[in-house]
Ligand binder design. Structure first.
Ligand code: ADP
Ligand code: MG
Length: 798
């Protein structure tokens, strides 16, 4: 790096040394901008390109500014990566346990551990969330209003006036401008702490009122304090595993302790991390103008001298850019590695002809398969021809007919003599799928088994292990229990976004080390770019077409505290029931701890039962056990009329006679959830209705911004039927981490990459595609880091 800079720097010095040269020289702007692009801020870079057109003074100022920015890279510890390779530390050398750091005391270790930090590496990647500008300005006028800054001043006067909101004022000056420091002090004794004529350094937010400049509760330092003339990093104080043990100390004290501990570690191991070999391939750094890792650490932890806050900020943006790219590179590399791990395993090759499977399936069902279903079936069957295991995501809006696609795929596998497993999140869904698969496959001579926590085990286990049962439908019990397969060829995972490497490994072990093909089905139609960003290691098939004849569900908003609205609703339900249709009434999930004014499903159930005395009203709620839930569901399907329920009916449930869904307190559900719920009706060729109930006085009690957001979401639901559009809106509002029920930080380990940011998503796909190009530069250290970060149970979908 230093040698890269030597030439341009000496050119700049040369130019600055003589006015004549500076005036006459032409065309050096292009050379400099090219050579310096990675090292200087964008605005300087842009100005360089037009330097020929600038006046002599401006040229001079610009070059001087550039020299300043380059200072940071010139110091010895910003050594070039390429020339110093032998001497550099490797990342693994930095895997030093905090436990073993003898220079830390017990409390320091404790607070570091409580913050989730266990090694030097953890500390290095633990980033401040903000910085205090403690660089001392020479004058008050050079501070910007309404921002924090530090300035050296002299005390002119001390005032105590208890009638004031801030009784204690220190009037100071920098020689030209006056600055009042205001405090809420209890009594006059503070007057004795300071003297007129004393020089102090103050850090605070500069305010102005009627031409008077002031700061409220600034921090005050002596001129010789070590706490000034620095950029002070502020680290997040969170993730306390055991807040009890720290209760004794205030958060301010804890912050001090944490910061001093981090500082101590960074200081003690300076030689290690400042001479750290970069983990990213050199070519990747060059191609993307990224600064080296050790430099980036130095900036992000503010472990350097910075001339002014502006130049710090411009360097910080470079450090952040580097870590953003690093995060994505590491994540995508992990995805690729997982993929190649999976692909290195053997799967049974399924030699089926998609067209004849489609024909056969078609001959057993009463409706025509949609083109999208046929396309997905073809993609899946073709994929399973390979001896490499398939990892495929089948995406389709609610009601698009994913089950049929999975049945066709299963048929292809069964015909080749292999077993099929289908895993679902709830027992109710397991029952439903069991019925579908059983209806379809038993006619063809295949045996279907159900394995949930409430079915009897031993017989089924045995039948599965000897291959007597061909298709197993089950909940997580399928991976948890001791069940062994004879020859599992395809595992289907429905409506579950969390199926990690660990579970996949278990499947492998349960299947004599033969890896089954995997098909994941999801009704959250997330856009391809986002899906690829998150599930980078999956192929995707999309059902972008609804079965013909299906009518859109009519959606409207009703006010639950408006009598007319409610009378209308009851009339509607009566009409539907008399036509032989069924009705869902859904309440937000009740949790015992929740103090919010939620209607208990139980009392609501009584209410509906009273209104519809002649009909069978059933109750389903989250605190029933699986068996109870299943039997309520069965009863509803068989002979029930109205099902009052909490959100457990949300995913996958398919009752064809259900024509109406009433969603109480609709504002409490996310958009995707509302759409899922609405998808429970209008599944046959009948007209479907969805009523979103809200309490108008509740809405009015919300803050205006919340009110708008609530109404906006309800409007989207009324206006839009397309799950894809709804999902897009939801993603905009909540981000994929929440929409998919994955906690974003935990699952992706991102500090800077934001899955809501389209630019970042594009970057993810660009980097994913570019990784093979950098294969040679991928070091053992990098792979070690990837493993450390992503190869444990934290993974998403394999
Ligand atoms: P999802 O994609 O939400 O899982 P399902 O697979 O449960 O949807 O299908 C919804 C309903 O549509 C089911 O009752 C199913 O039998 C029916 N169905 C599936 N494919 C078609 C089709 N091509 N034409 C008409 N109805 C279909
Ligand atoms: Mg489904």
């Amino acid at each position: 790096m230093m040698e890269d800079l030597e030439k341009p720097i000496s050119l700049i010095r040369d130019l600055l040394s003589s006015d004549i040269k500076l005036e006459r020289a032409k065309g050096f702007g292009a050379y400099l901008s090219n050579a310096l692009k990675p090292y200087i801020s964008e605005s300087l870079y842009k100005s360089l390109n037009i330097i020929d057109e600038l006046s002599k003074e401006k040229k001079k100022a610009l070059l001087e500014q550039i020299l300043q920015e380059l200072e940071a890279f010139k110091r010895p510890n910003y050594l070039s990566i390429s020339t110093q390779k032998q001497k550099l530390r490797r990342l693994r050398d930095l895997n030093i346990k905090i436990e073993d750091m003898d220079f830390l005391n017990k409390n320091q270790k404790k607070i570091l551990h409580a913050s989730g930090l266990n090694t030097l590496i953890d500390v290095l990647w633990y980033f401040p969330y903000t910085y205090e500008n403690r660089l001392v300005s020479k004058s008050i006028s050079s501070l910007a209003l309404d921002t924090y800054g530090t300035v050296l001043v002299k005390i002119e006067n001390l005032i105590y006036d208890e009638k004031e909101k801030y009784p204690f004022s220190i009037i100071t000056t920098d020689g030209k401008t006056k600055l009042a420091l205001k405090f809420k002090a209890k009594d006059r004794s503070v007057m004795g702490w300071y003297q007129k004529g004393q020089s102090i350094v103050v850090y605070g937010m500069l305010k102005e009122f009627r031409g008077q400049k002031y700061m409220i509760h600034p921090k005050i330092f002596s001129e010789s304090s070590k706490e000034i003339d620095i950029v002070k990093p502020v680290y997040p104080l969170e993730r306390f595993e055991d807040p009890q043990s720290f209760l004794a100390s205030s958060s301010q004290k804890r912050r001090k302790l944490l910061e001093s501990s981090i500082k101590a570690i960074l200081n003690y191991y300076k030689d290690y991390w400042q001479n750290l070999q970069d983990i990213l391939p050199e070519e990747f750094l060059k191609d993307n103008d990224l600064i080296p890792l050790s430099t980036a650490f130095k900036i992000i932890h503010a472990e350097d001298y910075f001339k002014d806050f502006k130049s710090f900020e411009s360097m910080l943006s470079k450090a952040k850019k580097r870590f953003l790219y690093e995060e994505i590179f590491v994540f995508e590399l992990a995805m690729l590695k997982r993929r190649s791990l999976v692909k290195s395993l053997n799967a049974p090759s399924i030699n089926a002809d998609p067209d004849s499977i489609i024909k056969e399936v078609q001959s057993h069902i009463s409706f025509p398969l949609t083109n999208a279903q046929k396309r997905a079936i073809t993609e899946i069957i073709n994929d399973m021809k390979s001896t490499k295991p398939m990892s495929r995501l089948l995406q389709g809006d609610v009601g698009s007919g994913k089950t049929m696609v999975s049945i066709a795929s299963a048929l292809a596998v069964l015909k080749e003599g292999f077993q099929v497993a289908l895993m679902v999140p709830t027992e109710i869904l397991a029952n439903q799928h069991y019925k579908n698969f059983h209806d379809f496959f038993s006619k063809l001579g295949y045996r279907v088994g159900l394995l949930t926590s409430s079915t009897s085990k031993t017989d089924i286990h045995k039948l599965i292990s000897i291959g007597e049962i061909n298709v197993v439908i089950g909940t997580h019990a399928l991976v948890q229990e001791k069940v062994k397969f004879k020859n599992l060829g395809l595992a289907i995972v429905d409506e579950q976004h969390r199926f990690g490497v660990a579970q996949r490994q278990i499947l492998l072990e349960k299947n004599n080390n033969l890896m089954p093909h995997m098909l994941y089905m999801s009704a959250t139609p997330i856009p391809r770019t986002i899906a690829m960003g998150i599930f980078g290691d999956l192929d995707i098939s999309v059902l972008d077409e609804m079965p013909a004849m299906r009518k859109p569900v009519k959606t409207s908003v009703l006010y639950s505290d408006n009598q007319k609205d409610m009378a209308f609703l009851i009339e509607h339900i009566k009409k539907e029931l008399s036509n032989g249709n069924k009705v869902y009434i859904v309440y937000p999930l009740i949790e015992e701890s929740e103090k919010l004014d939620l209607k208990a499903a139980q009392t609501e159930y009584e209410k509906w039962k009273n209104i519809f005395k002649d009909y069978k009203v059933l109750l389903l709620h989250g605190r029933m056990n699986d068996k109870e839930k299943s039997s309520v569901m069965e009863e509803f399907k068989e002979s029930g009329h109205i099902l009052v329920s909490t959100t457990v009916i949300e995913v996958g449930i398919d009752v064809k006679e259900a024509s109406t869904i009433v969603i109480e307190d609709a504002h409490r559900f996310g958009l995707s959830q509302l759409h899922q719920l609405r998808g429970r009706v209008g599944r046959g060729d009948k007209e479907g209705y969805c009523f979103l109930l809200v309490n108008s006085s509740f809405i009015k009690s919300q803050k205006i911004t919340e009110q708008n957001a609530t109404l906006q979401r309800l409007r989207i639901m009324v206006k839009t039927r397309n799950g894809f559009e709804i999902s897009l809106e939801d993603l905009k509002l909540r981000g994929p981490g929440d929409v998919l029920g994955l906690s974003q930080s935990g699952y992706f380990g991102f500090n800077f990459a934001d899955l809501k940011n389209e630019e970042h998503l594009r970057l993810m796909s660009t980097i994913r595609e570019a990784i093979p190009k950098y294969k040679k530069g991928i070091s053992e250290d990098l792979m070690w880091f990837v493993n450390k970060k992503y190869m444990d149970e934290k993974v998403i979908v394999a």
